[in-house]
Structure formats: structure tokens, C-alpha cells
Design a protein around this ligand. Sequence first.
Ligand code: PAF
Length: 279
Amino acid sequence: MSSPAVIESIAGIRSRFAAGAAQLVPTMGALHEGHLALVERALELGDRVVVSVFVNPLQFAPGEDLARYPRDFDADLATLARYPVEAVFHPAAEEMYPHGAAQTQVRAGDLGAAFEGRSRPGHFDGVLTVVAKLLGIVRPEHVLFGEKDAQQLFLVRRMVTDLDIATRVEEVGTVRAPDGLALSSRNRYLDDEHRRAARALSRALEAAGSAADRGVDAVVAAAQSVLMGEELVALDYLGIVDPSTFRPVDDDHRGPARVLIAAQVGPARLIDTDTIYLN
Ligand code: PAF
């Protein structure tokens, strides 16, 4: 398979792809099987796939891992060459933000300050701003996101609706390692000991699912007991939300609910999520 065209300029993307011509997989690089599941789904939706690789400075709060975020563009390109991806959009920060940080930004609203947003102030404004720019540049028919970043997905869907953007948002399920750990570029920060401890996140989701027929309090207790039992895991938050609103469920909630977990595991901040059914 031949390598995808590498396009670094906005003008280059604009002249190659008419509105609605491409399927877009936005990434920050350090590609893993989770990203490749997005690429595979994009190729089912259409034969002209663009993968963007851009570590977006706007979505990192001061003190976060922007400087050390894994970057290996050559390896990413070699990985993508296994697929009939037409183009990789790989802009420099100056191409995306020629005046420094974008003066006009998308605000994620109060939900942008909950869960991930409470621990990472400004994160979702940065995500939505870059995604809005990418959608404006590529004008894709579909844009694809992973289920693992459930809050990001929810907020992108809402932005696309609120701003009448002519792109369909497609969700792709979480890809997991055989032991259950959700794939993430940040897993690269984990040494063997922390990698083992990180399994507590997916084990906590399983425990939550098993407790679902006993109500919300039982779900929280079951997940917490797994997470608290792993001393290398520092829980940031455990949330149970209504998937239609992303607001915490009431005690008497029935039907699907999304469990959200974020934790610091040594050097890596990890998140995971799953849907459970409360009876
Ligand atoms: O999920 C990510 O990798 C990023 O948040 C995204 C959507 C590529 C925006 O920078």
C-alpha cells in the first residue's frame, strides 16, 4: 500500500477535498489500535479518508503533559501506510494558530467544566476549538471519535448541532488490550508496575456492570472498592451519568447509564468508561 499524502497546509487540504468528500479521523498522533479502529470505520463510510495528526496546544492546561506528549510522526505514517488512507493533515502550530492562541474560541459551556473539565480547566474549549477548525478545513462528510473520550464525544456532537455544522459524528467503540486496559496514547507513560495497576479502571467498570441490578449506590460502591484496592491508582472522579444529558443520574434512574472513571496512575492520567443498564 502506498503512503498517504502528507499535507501541512490548510490550503492544501482545501484544494484537494471538496466539502463532503472526505471522512475525517482527528488524532494527536502516537497512533494505536484504537485510532486504527476509527480509520477502519472511516474507510467503511467512504473511500477518501483524511487522518489529522496535530498535538493541539490549546487543549492542554498549564502544567499538563504538552511538552512530553508522545510524538512520532514517522511511526504514525508507517502505521497509516497499511491502510488506503488518502491524506494525513499534519499542520504546524503556526498553521493552525498563526496569531498564537486562537482569539475566537468555542466554549464548551458548564458541562465543559464538569468531570474531565473540572480537573483540566479549559481543556474542552481547546478541544472544541480545534475540532471546529478541523471541520471547517476538511469539511468532512463524517468525523470519527472513540467512545473512551465520552465527554469529548458528547460535547462535539452538541457543538455540531448547536453550530449547524454539516458533518455527521460517528462513534467507534473502545479498543482494549487483552487484559481489559483501554488503549490510550498515554499508556506509553506506564512502566510495568503501573501498567498492571492501570487494569483497575476496566476491572472497576466490570464491577459496576455486575452491580447494576442493585442500583446506583451499589454501582458506585462496587467500582470504588476495586479502585481503592489498588494503591498505585489515585482516583480523580467516578461518575454515573445519563447518556442523553451527561448529567449525574438520580438515585432512582432506570435504563442505560454511563460510568466515567478518571485516575492518576503514576505518571499517566487515564480515563475509561462503559455503559451499564440500571434496572
Ligand atoms: O481525542 C483526541 O485525540 C483530541 O482531543 C482531538 C479530538 C484530536 C482534538 O485535538
